[in-house]
Design a protein. Structure first.
Length: 146
């Protein structure tokens, strides 16, 4: 048995492009940037970026085009596929992740909770929710109704 599975989490490098195939099915394409940090032979910390071409089909393609934008985070699961074509007598290749599943990450600069270390500019002091009071006595597993 063979396995072709790709899992990528990164930020979009451009806005998604939505197109329709001649059959009427929607197809959306975008690219994700990922990075890795490693130590080279000299002991210096290096950072390397990789760019991944993503293709999504059907209703999920519509949702990606509608809700994703450049800079947003996204988690993609799918399979790797390399296609080829001829252009001006030269063979061209493109490797893509054909997405089975796309999960949207937090939006940059969105209305969500501020990131650690960021300051709120409003007059309202944002506090973390209070920790609930737990009972001091031991819980008997036989008292649990399920």
């Amino acid at each position: 048995m063979y396995l072709n599975k790709a899992m990528v989490y990164g930020n979009l490098t451009r806005d998604p492009e939505l197109k329709a195939l001649p059959s009427g099915m929607n197809v959306c394409s975008f690219s994700l940037a990922t990075n890795r940090v490693y130590t080279d032979r000299d002991g210096k910390k290096q950072e390397q970026a990789d760019y991944h071409n993503i293709v999504v089909f059907g209703k999920q393609a519509e949702n990606c085009a509608k809700y994703l934008a450049k800079g947003n985070g996204a988690y993609v699961e799918g399979r790797m596929q390399t296609r080829s074509w001829e252009k001006d007598g030269q063979k061209q290749y493109r490797t893509e992740v054909i997405a089975d599943r796309v999960q949207f990450g937090p939006k940059n600069g969105g209305a969500g909770a501020p990131s650690a270390g960021s300051q709120s500019s409003g007059a309202v002091d944002e506090k973390a929710p209070a920790v609930p009071d737990y009972p001091e006595e031991e819980i008997n597993p036989e008292d649990i109704p399920f």
